[in-house]
Write a protein that binds this ligand. Structure first.
Ligand code: KIV
Ligand code: ZN
Length: 503
């Protein structure tokens, strides 16, 4: 039986501080619900005194989410703590997170204070917060650069004042893993009342060591980790939740585990990336597009024979269907045939030879061959799935006129016609199709790419469509980009099983 490691998610507080990542209250509730489903223990929902918007978000999340503890950040001042307590009033389980700087730089330059006064202010803040809630976390800001002996004095004092969790932030991402681990060990060994509280890690990634530092902290006694989805956060970000969770799952001998449902990691990552306009880098550990993609012929062959040849995590465990055999000019027939089978095409040898020849031709021109390229190669650029919904007719009037589209769409057994205007031909056609279906669908991403070069090129279109909680990707390719765009939208409608609106 593993020892429990508490996951404190700060995507909505430290993560959301990033310029351009701001969410409105409705979006924050959606993320908070996803974090609850993921199984995090604590959600840091915001910094209530900082703005009415943050206050309101903490309040609404407190109402909407019931399993995790909802936490609100404060400085070590009464008016912040009052605001946090007020915003958390309706939370089932609540925590106030208060704190102050403890490094030389913070004490003397930022706070214009001295070490004794900082201890007094820390203790006063914790006592004040305890008047409102039982669960008070104290953060010793810039602990990463603080003197360990002084840090131990602060930690001991705040625990005596009633702190239940003490956060040791490497605020500037300065520490080396060994150093951060030693800091936690020092506190575990030199703070007399340490058994009355949990030590928490909070590592920033300025030197790319946030996950390593967090794990060293855990190995040396911390039992809470402060993390964000995709590692988003100020500057180079915070520790990535998915990395810590999977590192511990891969190294079970450490005997420490979280309650996170790893199968939801990919979907949660994609949701946060898209809502916060923060795309995940392709080679990001665990959730990057290439994290389970194999491109060299040798690796592909090895993975097709036995996944473990080149993988330490089963992609299914993080919510993916399977590893991706990335098709390039170096791929053989086996990889091509495997991918085509997954797309539902079982080709005879002579057909495969023919498609393979065309594939090599395309692969010489394009670095990366995707599923939609393959569908194009096998002569099915219109999309996958059962094609219950099909575009039968598309006519666009555009140019100096208001773009107007007329579509005939087959939905199941019936054929329906619609006409609509839009701000462009694609918009007009999409709006026309939307009038024919029951579901509220929203295009959340739209990408047109040329396959090769030249005006006679094939345009490839990817759309991401949201229908309720369901997020699907449709694609299509055609020399007519409007047709390709509409085809991709129809492909996505098939994936959400859209139904016909009755006249
Ligand atoms: O990095 C940091 O020190 C913080 C604290 C406010 C917890 O985010
Ligand atoms: Zn931080």
């Amino acid at each position: 039986m593993s020892e429990k490691l508490y996951v404190f998610d700060t995507t909505l507080r430290d993560g959301e501080q990033v310029p351009g990542c701001q969410l409105n209250t409705i979006e924050k509730i959606e993320v908070a619900r996803a974090l609850e489903a993921l199984g995090v223990d604590v959600i840091e929902a915001g910094f209530p005194v900082s703005s009415p918007g943050d206050f309101n978000s903490v309040r609404e999340i407190s109402k909407a989410v019931s399993l995790p503890v909802i936490c609100a950040l404060t400085r070590a001042v009464p008016k912040d703590i009052d605001a946090a307590a007020d915003a958390l009033a309706l939370a089932k389980r609540k925590r106030i997170h208060t704190g102050i700087g403890v490094s030389h730089s913070h004490i003397y330059h930022k706070l214009n204070s001295n070490p004794d006064e900082i201890v007094e202010r820390a203790v006063a803040a914790v006592k004040y917060a305890r008047k409102y809630v039982e669960d008070v976390e104290f953060y010793a800001e810039d602990a990463g650069r603080a003197d360990n002996e002084y840090l131990a004095r602060v930690v001991q004092a705040v625990i005596a004042a009633g702190a239940t969790v003490v956060n040791i932030p490497d605020t500037t991402g300065y520490c080396l893993p060994l150093e951060y681990g030693r800091k936690i060990k020092y506190l575990m060994e030199h703070v007399d009342n340490i058994h009355r509280a949990i030590l928490s890690t909070h590592c920033h990634n300025d030197l790319g060591m946030a996950t390593a530092n967090t794990l060293e902290g855990v190995i040396n006694g911390a039992r809470q980790v402060e993390v964000t989805i995709n590692g988003i956060g100020e500057r180079a970000g915070n520790t990535a939740l998915e990395e810590v969770v999977m590192a511990l799952r891969c190294h079970r001998h450490l005997g420490i585990d979280t309650s996170v449902d790893s199968k939801l990691l990919t979907s949660t990552s994609r949701m946060v990336a898209s809502m916060m306009n923060m795309p995940v880098q392709a080679n990001k550990a665990i959730v990057g597009r290439n994290a389970f993609a194999h491109s060299s012929g040798i690796h592909q062959d090895g993975v097709l024979k036995n996944r473990e040849s080149y993988e330490i995590i089963d992609p299914v465990d993080v919510g993916l269907d399977e590893s991706v055999i990335a098709l390039t000019a170096r791929s053989g027939r086996a990889a091509l045939s495997h991918r085509l089978e997954l797309l539902g095409y079982k080709l005879e040898q002579n057909e495969l030879d023919e498609v393979y020849a065309r594939f090599l031709d395309l692969a010489d021109k394009k670095k990366d061959i995707r599923d939609d390229d393959l569908l194009y190669l096998v002569g099915d650029a219109g999309g996958r799935a059962s094609k219950r919904i099909r575009l039968k007719y598309l006519q666009i009037l555009t140019g100096t006129l208001i773009p107007t589209a007329t579509v005939i769409v087959r939905i199941g057994e019936s054929e329906r016609t619609a006409t609509h205007t839009g701000n462009g031909p694609v918009d007009a056609a999409v709006k026309a199709i939307k009038t024919l279906i029951n579901e509220q669908v929203l295009i959340t991403e739209f990408l047109i790419q040329a396959m090769n070069k030249g005006s006679d090129d094939v345009g490839r279109v990817h759309v991401q469509v949201k229908c309720g909680q369901l997020l699907v990707h449709g694609f299509s390719a055609d020399t007519d980009v409007v047709k390709a765009a509409v085809g991709a939208f129809v492909d996505a409608l098939n994936l959400v099983n859209a139904t016909e609106k009755k006249e």
